[in-house]
Write a protein that binds this ligand. Sequence first.
Ligand code: CA
Length: 231
Amino acid sequence: MPSKNQRNKANKSKDLLQIIILVTVLVGFIGVIAFAYLSKDSESVKQAETQISYEGQPMIGDANAPVKVMEFGDYKCPSCKEFHDSIYPQLKKDYIDTGKVQFYFTNYQFLGEDSITAGIGGESVFKQNPSAFWKYYDVVYANQQDKHTEWATPEFLTDLIKKNIPEVDAEQVKKDMENKTYLKDVEADNEMAVTNNIQRVPSIVINGKVLENGLDYENIKKVIEEELNQK
Ligand code: CA
């Protein structure tokens, strides 16, 4: 039989072993949490897969602003309306109106045929009068309807233009929507979203870095500030 001393010694080694196991498990656990946290962080910002093309896209802000921000959006998407209503005004006040950011809108219209129609309407307004595009952007989101219904028709959108954007020839925009005059432009925009592996709208690209959650203003601000500090 083992002596009392030997039993004590054996118990002590058992305790020590348990402590070592516990510490190892704890360290491992903390490691996993840290890894998950860091991966989450690197997932929310990723480099665009190809070159983002800014040429020919509607822009608001100072053309010499150091940071280029591009929204990929769909006029029928409720989150894009939320971006327009609550994030864009903050972004405009903090960065666009202060000459730090030039802001671009690029179509990623995939929520039905009328989503494409709304995209063509935007291209048509932009071709007639580049600065009037931003009125179209505002008025379409302000009047967004249920995404499950086909509401963005040439008639509905022409009516909005007539009432809100008098500097644009609304009948010409209507013809362009009916004849799909700028379908290729909308398709080229959509294609840029696809080749950049953009999965969600609104996605926000800041100097080539893609943020898939366009509704996280704190993150948008963080990345803009990082870009500003690099200048
Ligand atoms: Ca475009």
